[in-house]
Design a protein around this ligand. Structure first.
Ligand SMILES: Cc1cc2nc3c(=O)[nH]c(=O)nc-3n(C[C@H](O)[C@H](O)[C@H](O)COP(=O)(O)OP(=O)(O)OC[C@H]3O[C@@H](n4cnc5c(N)ncnc54)[C@H](O)[C@@H]3O)c2cc1C
Length: 402
């Protein structure tokens, strides 16, 4: 199997690289490169520029602004986006609700919601998980009861990422508690976040950020026209959405860029008369993770080649990409923490309590500020998008045939 890029693919890669570097403001990309989260406005700005150039919703059907690209072109687009630290198009809009509406929605829903989602005129969030329903999503308890031409929704969602910014939420709710199988009584419903009865409560994270929330529904009335697909067939939408969520989760481009940064920083951190990069043991650890990343990249290219042979059907081996990709992302944050050492602690907030001269941040070490938050934040990557244990179950069943 020849895994090298063809000349056309090399030209496509250069085109994408040039686009991201020339059109997305350097100020936004530099923030990502320095380990900071993109702000809401950065994400909107970047996605609107991509949308103007037809590059925000490349995974959608062509008639709704998507691209008729090969799997390899899709891979290259994602790699260039990530390795240039461009904020990815909002996944809730672009990878999740957009494709579901395009596939299962009515013409009216498509015309209204899709252009707005592509341009983030509406910011969407995902209302799937509940306190008792995560990996076992089908056990969800949020109820939607038909009352004339409305559903009345009661229940609670949790871990709802960026719900504090959201204009709309797509919700899985139980519409038939008597169904023979749990999966058969669930519907996929679009809910305006301004509807009376919705409360968003932040969950404070250990990295100090506010990224996830609890969302409560108390007698929330939603027009029946906001049901997507058939009533009680929402599980079909959910499965379709979750398969899309996992694609691109290996984040090879991002890890490549983060390893480059780690190496550059190690060359600036003093260690005795030399730098940390001169230490064989640190170099060994970085090289080890880089070799794993190379193996992951090649595996990803093989999975893409297999999917091409399978006529575009997802390859269950993509679960391997999720596991290895997330472990590598975490490993890089661990090495960054080792590199920053005590300077990763938030001493700058405690200046008054530190004796003169002790543990001052040396000049040029301002990057160390983001290291500990990023380490803590990245604990999530082995959980969301289907935890790594669940991915191992998929591999056992679908790849190894147990
Ligand atoms: C940062 C973050 C953002 C998120 N954003 C969203 C969002 O926007 N919207 C949304 O709906 N959800 C979101 N989630 C929720 C996410 O999908 C769930 O956390 C995930 O599905 C796991 O569910 P759980 O947390 O209930 O854990 P559980 O399902 O209770 O699992 C607990 C542990 O048991 C293991 N486990 C469970 N079942 C099995 C099994 N059968 N075999 C082996 N091990 C098993 C799991 O791997 C895990 O280690 C987010 C989560 C995080 C951490």
């Amino acid at each position: 199997m020849d895994l090298r890029y063809t000349p056309e693919e090399v030209a496509f890669r250069d085109e994408m690289k040039t686009f991201f570097r020339e059109k997305i403001p350097a100020e936004i990309r530099n923030k990502g490169a320095a380990g900071h989260h993109a702000t809401k406005q950065d994400m909107i700005t970047a996605q609107r520029i991509m949308n103007q150039h037809g590059l925000a919703v490349t995974n959608w059907p062509v008639e709704w602004g998507g691209k008729d690209w090969t799997p390899m072109q899709r891979y290259i687009y994602t790699e260039e986006l990530m390795s240039n630290h461009v904020p990815a198009p909002l996944p809730f809009n672009v990878a999740m609700v957009g494709p579901v509406i395009a596939f299962f929605g009515t013409e009216e829903q498509k015309k209204h919601f899709l252009p707005r989602a592509a341009n983030i005129d509406d910011w969407w969030c995902q209302g799937f998980s509940e306190p008792g329903a995560g990996s076992d999503l089908a056990s969800l308890k949020t109820r939607a009861v038909r009352d004339g031409d409305h559903y009345v929704i009661n229940g609670q969602k949790t871990w709802t990422t960026l719900a504090q910014y959201a204009d709309w939420i797509f919700v899985l709710a139980r519409t038939n508690p008597e169904a023979r199988k749990r999966q058969e009584g669930i519907s996929f419903i679009l809910v305006d976040m301004k509807t009376p009865g919705i409360t968003v409560r932040p969950i404070q994270l250990v990295d100090g950020g506010h990224e996830v929330n609890e969302v409560f529904f108390d007698d929330v009335r939603v027009p029946v026209g906001h049901l997507v697909g058939e009533e009680n067939r929402g599980w079909d939408c959910a499965k379709f959405l979750l398969a899309n969520e996992r694609s691109g989760i290996a984040r090879v481009g991002l890890s490549k860029a983060n390893i480059r940064r780690l190496r550059d920083l190690a060359r600036t951190v003093p260690s005795g008369d030399a730098t940390v990069w001169d230490s064989e043991s640190f170099r060994y650890k970085v090289n080890e993770v880089e070799i794993d990343l190379k193996a992951l990249e090649i595996t990803q290219l093989r999975v893409i080649a297999n999917e091409r042979k399978r006529g575009g059907l997802p390859d269950p081996a993509s679960s391997i990409l999720k596991i290895k990709g997330s472990e590598i992302q975490q490993r890089i944050t661990e090495l960054a923490l080792e590199l920053a050492g005590p300077f990763a602690l938030p001493y700058h907030d405690m200046e008054d309590e530190i004796p003169d001269g002790a543990n001052d941040l040396p000049d040029g070490f301002d990057w160390a500020d983001t290291v500990a938050p990023s380490y803590f934040n990245n604990r999530k990557v082995t959980i969301y998008g289907g935890s790594n244990e669940i991915q191992r179950n998929i591999i056992a069943k679908m790849v190894l045939g147990f």
